[in-house]
Write a protein that binds this ligand. Structure first.
Ligand SMILES: [Zn+2]
Length: 343
């Protein structure tokens, strides 16, 4: 049976009602081109004459991170109604629908640790692993549809805890590839003025797009987790405004980045939970980017201890409630870009 446009106007509701899969269908776009539903939570916007950017926009990779889900829903509704004329190809992804329905971060496993083939490792099979494999296929299909475009991927999240800097981005490890001034400018102009440079490859969604597809990819944290309906849209208004410009104005660029006003951090050490004896030596409710002075004892796990090194370190994503062998916290230090690290 052919689905009607009215079902598409609430694509998230349709996806939530079919959390494990949805048969593909497509509908014409008011402004010309097509809306293609590829699966539950996966919709491709194909303008008739797309400009040169291919943007993957993902949210809900963690099911309880509602602010980005609401933002993506607003963008999609604006595109469907014709209020926003989308001139770029966009793959919009609502990541983990069973977790969204349950209002939880994950059902069985952290989806954002299962990319770049990690979903194939070990014997386990679960909904999150199947979803990671499918999302990789959809991103491959999307970017693979044409060559010589600017590939972008913004993976939107919110953090479990409060943060000294409300919004921040994680720039995947790039080895010898320089950091893109255009992306740093986009972040700064979107009121995201703290950037954390990963120092090693990870199994995150943004890292996958950066490494497998050469995309400018970022994990973007937009504040603290809240239930649906409790997010203030004004807090993400600048990012939302810039995403609209990126979509409706073919060669739009954010004004140049003022590096003096950008806080750059790099990872100094990772704290990994090795046994059930693991514990932090700071309060459970510290904010992200809380800074500790040199030599402070941070955590213990049996006889193993983690201390701050020779310069002050700030903590990001501390979480003792994770699986053994997983990262319990990142410790980061301030840094600056050297000229050769920027394009
Ligand atoms: Zn998240």
């Amino acid at each position: 049976m052919r689905k009607t446009v009215s079902q598409l106007t609430d694509f998230l509701a349709l996806s939530r009602a079919n959390p494990l899969s949805l048969s593909p269908f497509s509908e014409p776009l008011k402004a010309g081109g097509e809306l293609q539903v590829w699966d539950t939570g996966v919709i491709c916007i194909e303008p008739a004459e797309p400009a040169s950017r291919d943007l993957v926009l993902s949210c809900g990779i963690h099911g309880n991170e509602t602010a980005p889900i609401e933002l993506c829903e607003r963008l999609l509704k604006a595109i469907i109604s014709g209020e926003l004329i989308c001139r770029q190809r966009v793959l919009l992804i609502f990541g983990n629908l069973p977790a969204i329905n349950l209002g939880v971060r994950q059902v069985e496993e952290n989806l954002n640790r299962l990319f770049s083939g990690a979903h194939r490792q070990g014997e386990r099979l679960n909904q999150e692993r199947s979803r990671a494999a499918l999302l990789e296929q959809y991103v491959t299909r999307f970017y693979g549809a044409r060559a010589n475009t600017e590939r972008l991927h913004y993976d939107l999240h919110t953090a479990i805890r409060s943060s000294r800097y409300e919004k921040f981005a994680i720039y995947p490890y790039l080895s010898d590839t320089p950091y893109a001034r255009s992306q740093l400018a986009f972040l700064q102009h979107s009121a995201i003025d703290t950037v954390l440079l990963a120092q090693a490859p990870a199994n995150t969604f943004s890292c996958y797009s950066a490494h497998q597809h050469g995309a400018h990819a970022l994990t973007i944290e937009l504040g603290q987790v809240q239930p649906f309906g409790h997010n203030e849209a004004t807090r993400v208004a600048q990012l939302e405004h810039n995403l609209c410009r990126l979509l409706d104005t073919p060669h739009w660029q954010a004004p140049a980045c003022d590096f003096e006003q950008l806080r750059i951090y790099k990872v100094a050490q990772e704290i990994t939970k090795q046994s059930e004896q693991f514990c932090f030596h700071f309060s459970d409710d510290v904010s992200n980017f809380t800074t500790f002075s040199p030599t402070t004892l941070l955590a213990t796990d049996g006889t193993h201890q983690w201390h701050v090194g020779e310069e002050p370190e700030a903590v990001v994503f501390p979480n003792a409630d994770i699986a053994l062998g997983h990262r319990a916290a990142l410790m980061v230090v301030r840094t600056t870009f050297k000229a050769h690290q920027l394009d």
